[in-house]
Write a protein that binds this ligand. Structure first.
Ligand code: ADP
Ligand code: MG
Length: 243
């Protein structure tokens, strides 16, 4: 089901060092168009670093990154055609929800009526229409995270990068939003690279899971395959069925 002939995102021999420390090591990953990939691994294994490299927020030490067939290795983040959602909501506190959604578009020079159209669409999909004139301080955690997702949505891009978007929420909200993200992906059919250290999130959301450890992808497979046939003890311990 995954067409890797024309990957939406292609990471080739990517390495990243912080000083003398190698954080990502000659990493390769092809993500198919419309695929939901989860990067799963313990804290410190390099998930956020990898996502930030794809987003262009970090300069890589070696390798190449292609998005939709274009070499974006040295492109500015804004020119990469990606939308990113972070763990912390990173909303502008002084702006209304509507302004939070429109700000980046206004900076990018998107025409007013186009901005209005995109906000209306995102607000409908995420069911945040009644919240548009509120400030972030008047929103619940789940509502804030919907707005944060909305900011990626209005960019009208095909590739979304999510970095632990649910980890600050309580268990009930987490499971609700997990379902919403799944439905959103079905609806938009966008390419998703989603970082988490939560096995349940990975199992329920992913088309394929990349299990990471120490800056290396240990196994890249469908959830059931990883669960039933982990390639090594680490993967088994982290996600596999009890031996
Ligand atoms: P994860 O998201 O999987 O928890 P990170 O990608 O944040 O892991 O971090 C991977 C490794 O890189 C960790 O060992 C972390 O300490 C290190 N690291 C992250 N950012 C920096 C930085 N700016 N400078 C030096 N080391 C860093
Ligand atoms: Mg992280």
């Amino acid at each position: 089901m995954t067409d890797i002939a024309n990957p939406s995102v292609s990471i080739q021999d990517l390495s990243l060092n912080f000083g003398a420390v190698s954080v990502l090591q000659t990493l390769n990953l092809d993500v198919a168009e419309g695929e939901f990939i989860v990067l799963l691994g313990p804290s410190g294994c390099g998930k956020s670093t990898l996502l930030n490299c794809i987003a262009g927020l970090l300069d890589i030490s070696d390798g190449r990154i292609f998005i939709k067939g274009k070499n974006v290795t040295w492109e500015e983040p804004k020119d990469r055609g990606i939308g990113m959602v972070f763990q912390s909501y990173a909303l502008y506190p002084q702006m209304t929800v509507e302004k939070n959604l429109s700000f980046g578009l206004r900076v990018a020079g998107v025409p007013k009526d186009e901005i209005a159209r995109r906000i209306a669409r995102a607000a409908e999909i995420l069911q945040i229409e009644p919240l548009l004139q509120r400030k972030p301080s008047a929103l619940s955690g789940g509502q804030r995270q919907r707005v944060a997702i909305g900011r990626a949505l209005v960019r009208d891009v095909d590739v979304f990068l999510f970095d632990e978007p649910l980890s600050n929420l309580d268990a009930k909200l987490r499971s609700e939003l997990r379902v919403e993200i799944k439905l959103l992906h079905r609806k938009l059919e966008n390419t998703m690279i989603y970082v988490t250290h939560d096995q349940i999130e990975a199992m329920t959301l992913a088309d394929r899971i990349a299990v990471m450890r120490g800056g290396v992808i240990q196994q890249l497979d469908a959830p059931q395959t990883i669960y039933n046939r982990p390639v090594n003890r680490f993967v088994a311990g982290f996600l596999g069925s009890p031996a």
